[in-house]
Design a protein around this ligand. Structure first.
Ligand code: F6P
Length: 518
């Protein structure tokens, strides 16, 4: 592959590749469930793709995919399966019913999944019907926040009017404070979303919300306060004991085999189910399941998550590109970059392989972006004329939904024109205006941003991350790096109380002193 890179990498000309191959668009575009992908404006050709497919085979991608869908412990450091796909499987297994055959454990897990799903949708329906509840406040962080938030924004055309949705994640009290200033206790439902029910930020926000709530009920007896708390607080967690100890009566459980950043499909999706209703939530699951079936069943060379992962590996390891820009031309998808940052960078930002040995190649790229057309008036200058090549991923919708057709046309025209500009560049003699062109982009197209398409899109990204992780030989389902910061924050809290600074670097001591002690 390195030889191929050396032969092609330096002087790669995507424009020439179009000129040489009349079939290029057909060869490098494909339909997957709910998502059409144009991969033809990327810096590769059939030979590169063949070699990348061979690399995927050599890294045993098909065997790892089977292990994932068998419920094997692919999350080896935490000794767990990663079965987010089971959360969107129909009760009879749907398009993947054969995966269930002879696997009693999976069958049992699927039954539990559906029992909890039905309980969650019933609760969602009850809250939807409760006109007294006008505000739903989700308190959670990371996977217990970003999935529901991106989904509620993406599906805003499907959100039933009458309730407002707030997402509180940051431990910065301004976030919770601003929300509490807008709501009334008797009209608010607090959802405490935390897989572990121990995450420091979420727990502090939850305790502050509870205190605020109780302060509003100060005229009531203790028993009446307790009951009110039970009515207005719901927990979504695998740690039901801790939720009960917090005083929450209504808890929707999920399981340790659901990774936080893969948990949108579980009880963590409750705010989405309340916002869009049970039927739309089921459609979101169905769209994701269709993508699961595509990932399991399509041959690797027509398998969209696989092909996108191959491009990621090609760019990261062979052409040396360090980041990917997400440019979703959709206001609904404005939080997608944040969601993908956790999904991709927490999953694949790793330096050791599954055996604990150093990985010899670069892993996750930096994923970043803003919705179009806003990004055009900010960082696109650098994408066109800067010295770093940054592959761009466009997302556009054919049907823009219910508002203002002329706006949608302009939005889509801009998306296509930007992809074209990155490809063709500009050279009319003026050095200042020179755009080298030949800059790679991928274009994903959804019919519309409906629940099924959204579900399929997110599942596409989940599987893509898994595929690149397999090729890099890493465990995409743990996140030990996050732990160090948590550990040191706890340590600093204790040191501040004890005024004990032995062994701490001078900069840290000085900063703590300036910020908290002086
Ligand atoms: O950021 C680390 C992390 O563990 C994420 O993986 C997870 O989504 C987030 O914290 C929140 O965790 P919890 O749902 O347990 O509160």
């Amino acid at each position: 592959m390195q030889a191929l890179r050396a032969a092609r990498g330096g002087a790669w000309d995507i424009r020439q590749a179009f000129a040489d191959d009349a079939q290029r668009f057909a060869r490098f575009s494909q339909q997957a469930p709910h998502v059409f992908a144009d991969l033809s404006k990327n810096a590769w050709d059939a030979e590169v793709e063949q070699q990348l497919l061979a690399l995927a085979q050599e890294r045993e991608l098909p065997a790892w995919r089977s292990a994932l869908f068998r419920g094997d412990h692919v999350n080896s450091t935490e000794h767990r399966a990663a079965m987010h796909w089971l959360l969107r499987m129909p009760a009879d297994g749907g398009a993947l019913s054969t995966s269930l055959k002879g696997n009693a454990v999976l069958q049992q897990d699927l039954q539990q999944v559906h029992e909890t799903l039905e309980a969650m949708l019933q609760l969602a329906q009850q809250i939807r019907a409760d006109a007294q509840i006008t505000d739903v406040v989700n308190i959670g962080i990371g996977g217990s926040h970003l999935g529901p938030e991106v989904a509620v924004h993406a599906l805003e055309d499907w959100v039933t009017a009458g309730k407002r949705y707030h997402f509180v994640s940051n431990v910065d009290g301004h976030e919770l404070g601003h929300v509490l200033a807008k709501v009334r206790a008797e009209n608010t439902l607090f959802i405490i979303a935390s897989k572990s029910f121990t995450t420091a930020e979420t727990m502090l926000n939850a305790h502050s919300a509870r205190q605020w709530f109780l302060d509003q009920q100060s005229g009531l007896s203790q028993e009446a306060q307790k009951q009110a708390l039970g009515r207005h607080f719901v927990a979504l967690t695998t740690n039901t004991q801790a939720a009960t100890a917090f005083g929450i009566h209504t808890t929707l459980p999920f399981w340790d085999w659901v990774g936080g950043r893969y948990s949108l499909w579980s009880a963590i999706g409750l705010p989405v189910a309340i916002a869009v209703g049970p039927e739309c939530f089921r459609q979101m699951l169905a769209g994701a399941h269709a993508m699961d079936a595509h990932f399991v069943q399509a041959p690797l060379e027509r398998n969209l998550p696989v092909r996108l992962a191959l491009l990621d590996v090609w760019y990261r390891n062979f052409l040396g590109y360090g980041s990917r820009c997400m440019a979703a031309y959709s206001h609904g998808l404005r939080r997608l970059p944040a969601y993908l940052q956790q999904l991709e960078m927490e999953s694949n930002g790793k330096a050791v392989d599954r055996e604990g040995q150093p990985v010899q190649v670069a892993t996750s790229a930096v994923v970043w972006g803003e919705p179009g057309t806003n990004g055009q008036h900010a960082f696109f200058q650098m994408l066109h004329q800067g010295q770093d090549v940054v592959p761009v991923e466009f997302i556009a919708l054919r049907d823009g939904g219910k508002y203002l057709g002329a706006h949608h046309r302009s939005l889509v025209v801009n998306a296509v024109a930007q992809a074209q500009a990155l490809l063709v560049g500009r050279d009319d003699g003026s050095p200042a205006q020179y755009c080298p062109g030949n800059r790679p982009s991928t274009f994903l197209l959804l019919e519309q941003l409906d629940p099924a398409s959204f579900g399929a899109l997110i599942a596409l990204y989940e599987h893509r991350v898994f595929c690149s992780g397999v090729i890099w030989g890493i465990n995409s389902f743990d996140q030990w790096g996050v732990e160090l910061g948590k550990l040191l924050a706890r340590d600093l809290e204790q040191r501040i109380s004890a005024k004990h600074w032995d062994g701490v670097d001078a900069s840290t001591v000085a900063l703590v002193s300036k910020l908290l002690l002086d």
